[in-house]
Design a protein around this ligand. Structure first.
Ligand code: HEC
Ligand code: HEC
Length: 401
């Protein structure tokens, strides 16, 4: 008789007839696949949920109004969806970025390398400051837009010096609104005194009219455009600036005792700050942002800067006259220049609005100032600088008296 462990060959394989015992070792090594569905591991759930939330926020913030120009950083308005604390957005529908702000950005990104931060021209390129083609006897809106759309090459005389280079055409690279913006910007910056806006509609009209021009202009071709030729879609003629007084003694008057803001007796600072919020949204926010943190490298912050929190008379003066040339704020150099807000925004022709916006700025974004700027004080500083329309440079501001 064979033993239970014996194979047919009579050898003892130490096997039992019990199949489960025989397979026990395999079962131990390979877990049986589980039938049915398993729950999703918690970590995977968390990662997916996180990704969904992120995607939602991303689309929310950068939806750009789902408009076709959403990829255009100059024209989409990301902050429109999420009003940030501070609430200036509550004052109305999202404000379209002012033309001047569009222009300042375009200039900072596309023109500054050749024409210089203060428009003086980086050799061998011509200046825009005080150029007859930008704001002088050879200027017309049509000529300037023509130059910007199609570029310029060959000899051209600017301020008595002949330049012979080539300026690239911008008609393809920039949108009509950007061209309108930069044209308006260079006419009001660097000490140029152009008034009014060059509108998007005018650029569109010019684009159509000059569609056949396929290479850069020569200056003879530009001169052949009569100065009286108008572009359709122009802005209504700008009202004469009310406070442009004939030049008197335009020197900076030394600070006198009564040039400090009056102690704010009977002046409601918190009401002024509250009103200033709305003025800020219209006149400063496009560049210095809702948060007051600016938009480096183009626009400096207003939070915690010496220019904002220091001498109130100097702050009023800066806001009235603007800044040109490079300026260091918080250790970063800004070269964009600030076209005089006091001239660019009609709201700021009113001393009350001017005082309100500055009180708001001096008491927001972490700034805190007990010293109120009253409309009377703002008016006094306005009168003091009325005759002097040249924007400040950092140098003059540092020696501000
Ligand atoms: C690559 C260098 C370069 C860039 C970038 C450039 N320009 Fe020019 N620009 C020139 C040159 C060079 C001329 C003179 C062309 C000539 O010699 O015919 C000129 C001429 C001009 C003129 C007419 C002459 C004058 O000095 O008034 C204007 C206006 C002007 N540019 C505006 C702009 C604006 C606005 C931008 C930005 C959108 C810009 N340029 C970007 C080089 C440049
Ligand atoms: C078109 C864009 C623009 C607008 C609008 C604008 N600023 Fe500025 N601002 C600038 C730029 C750019 C600078 C830096 C100056 C430079 O580049 O030389 C600046 C600088 C300043 C400074 C000095 C530097 C600092 O950051 O403290 C103050 C103060 C200031 N702006 C206040 C204002 C106030 C107040 C308003 C609204 C009434 C205003 N700005 C509107 C662009 C702008």
């Amino acid at each position: 008789m064979s033993q239970p462990n014996e194979g047919q060959d009579g050898l003892d394989y130490r096997e039992t007839a019990d199949i489960t015992e025989v397979h026990a070792s395999f079962v131990r090594e390979h877990g049986e696949p589980r039938a049915g569905t398993m729950p999703i591991p918690t970590w995977l759930g968390v990662v997916c949920a996180g990704a969904l939330v992120w995607a939602g926020v991303y689309v929310g913030v950068f939806h750009g109004g789902f408009s076709p120009n959403v990829y255009n950083e100059y024209e989409s308005t990301p902050s429109a969806f999420f009003p940030l604390p501070g609430g200036a957005q509550e004052t109305g529908p999202a404000v379209e970025e002012p033309l001047l702000a569009v222009g300042a950005k375009v200039f900072g990104q596309n023109c500054v390398s050749c024409h210089g931060p203060n428009g003086a021209g980086v050799a061998p390129n011509p200046p825009l400051a005080d150029s007859e083609w930008v704001d002088g006897p050879e200027f017309s809106e049509k000529r300037l837009v023509a130059i910007l759309l199609k570029g310029l090459k060959g000899p051209v005389s600017v301020k008595g010096t002949t330049y012979n280079g080539a300026m690239p055409p911008w008609g393809q690279a920039l949108k009509p609104r950007q061209i309108a913006g930069v044209a308006t910007y260079i006419r009001q910056s660097f000490g140029n005194k152009g008034t009014g806006e060059i509108t998007e509609a005018q650029v569109v009209a010019a684009k159509k009219e000059f569609a056949d021009q396929t290479s850069e202009w020569t200056i003879e071709q530009i001169k052949a455009i009569p100065l009286t030729d108008k572009l359709e879609g122009g802005a209504p003629a700008a009202a004469p600036v009310a406070d442009a007084k004939p030049a008197g003694d335009a020197k900076l008057a030394p600070a006198t005792a009564d040039a400090k803001p009056a102690p704010a007796t009977g002046f409601d600072l918190s009401a002024s700050i509250e009103r200033g919020k709305g003025v800020y949204a219209l006149t400063c926010m496009a560049c210095h942002q809702l948060t007051g943190m600016g938009l480096p490298p183009a626009f400096p912050p207003l939070a915690g800067t010496e220019w904002v929190n220091g001498d109130p008379r100097r702050l009023v003066a800066i806001t009235l006259k603007g800044i040109m040339g490079p300026m260091t704020v918080d250790g970063k150099v800004y070269v964009t220049g600030m076209p005089a807000p006091g001239a660019a925004f009609p709201q700021l022709k009113d001393d009350k609005n001017l005082a309100d916006v500055l009180n708001y700025v001096r008491n927001s974004f972490g700034n805190k100032s007990e010293v109120a700027i009253t409309p009377e004080f703002a008016g006094k500083v306005r009168a003091e600088f009325a005759a002097d329309a040249v924007p400040f440079s950092e140098e003059t501001l540092k020696n501000f008296k």
